[in-house]
Design a protein around this ligand. Structure first.
Ligand code: GDP
Length: 228
C-alpha cells in the first residue's frame, strides 16, 4: 500500500522516472548527425532486439503510450535511431530533460541486402560501441529463443567498449506468457549464466509486454541506470 506521505524516502528509495512523459524528439540517420542534434547531455538508454521480439510493444507498455514506439515503424523511420525524451517538471514549472530512450532499428531479418546490413552495422554498431552518453541497454529477446547469434553480435560491440565495466545491460526475456514455469526458470538461469561471463553489469528478467508482467522491475532498473 502507498504511504500517506509520498515523500517518505525509505518507502521510495529511488525516484522512479516519469516514463509516461516520453515524447518523440528526433530521428537520426547518421552517427555524425548526433553532434548537431538538439540533444541535452543526459543519460541515454538504448532499446535493441531482433525484429518481432516485441521491442516496440515493450517501449509502449513502459511509457504507457500505445503508439509511441510504433512511430519508429512508420515508413522512413525503421532504419534510424529514434530518440524519445523523458522529462520532469521543475518547481518553477519548466520541463527538465532527465534521459533519452533510444529505439534502435531491429535486426535479424533472414534476407537483408548486403548494403543495408553494412549501413546497419555502421549506425547501430557505431552507436553502441562509441556513444559516450550511453548509460544502459535494454536487450529485448523472445524468452522462447533468447540470445541468438545476432544478439551476441550486439553484445560483442558493447564488450569492446573501454568503459564496458560501467555499462548497464538489462536483458528482457519477453513473451514469458508463452512458456510454463519450469521453462521460465530454465531460460532465466541459462541467460544469467551467460550474463555472468560478460564484462558489463548485466541483469536479466522475465517479462511479458502483453500481460504487463515485470513492469515495475523494469522501471526500477532503468531509474537506477539514470540515477547512476
Ligand atoms: P518488434 O519488431 O520487436 O518491435 O516487435 P513488436 O512490438 O511489433 O511485436 C511483435 C509481435 O509480438 C506483435 O504481434 C506483438 O503483439 C507480439 N508481442 C509483443 N510482446 C509480447 C508479449 O509479451 N507476449 C506475447 N504473447 N506477444 C507479444
Amino acid at each position: 500500500m502507498c504511504p500517506a506521505n509520498a515523500a517518505d524516502d525509505d518507502y521510495f528509495p529511488t525516484p522512479v522516472l516519469r516514463f509516461e512523459s516520453a515524447r518523440f524528439l528526433i530521428s537520426v540517420a547518421e552517427l555524425a548527425e548526433l553532434n548537431r542534434a538538439p540533444l541535452t547531455m543526459v543519460p541515454e538508454i538504448a532499446f535493441v532486439g531482433r525484429s518481432n521480439a516485441g521491442k516496440s510493444t515493450v517501449i509502449n507498455v513502459l511509457t504507457g503510450q500505445r503508439q509511441l514506439a510504433h512511430a519508429s515503424k512508420t515508413p522512413g523511420r525503421t532504419q534510424l535511431l529514434n530518440f524519445f525524451e523523458l522529462a520532469e517538471r521543475r518547481e518553477s514549472g519548466e520541463p527538465m530533460v532527465r534521459a533519452y530512450l533510444v529505439d534502435l532499428p531491429g535486426y535479424g531479418f533472414a534476407k537483408v541486402h548486403e548494403d543495408k546490413r553494412v549501413r546497419w552495422d555502421q549506425l547501430v554498431g557505431g552507436y553502441l560501441a562509441t556513444r559516450r552518453l550511453l548509460a544502459g541497454v535494454v536487450l529485448v529477446t523472445d524468452a522462447r529463443r533468447p540470445l541468438a547469434t545476432a544478439d551476441e553480435q550486439l553484445l560483442a560491440w558493447l564488450t569492446a567498449r573501454d568503459d564496458a565495466a560501467r555499462l548497464r545491460v538489462h536483458i528482457l526475456l519477453n513473451k514469458a506468457d508463452q512458456i510454463g514455469r519450469a521453462e521460465r526458470a530454465r531460460v532465466l538461469a541459462q541467460t544469467e549464466h551467460r550474463a555472468d561471463a560478460l564484462p558489463m553489469l548485466v541483469s536479466v528478467q522475465l517479462f511479458s509486454a502483453l500481460k504487463r508482467e515485470g513492469l515495475e522491475e523494469l522501471r526500477e532498473t532503468l531509474s537506477h541506470v539514470v540515477e547512476g
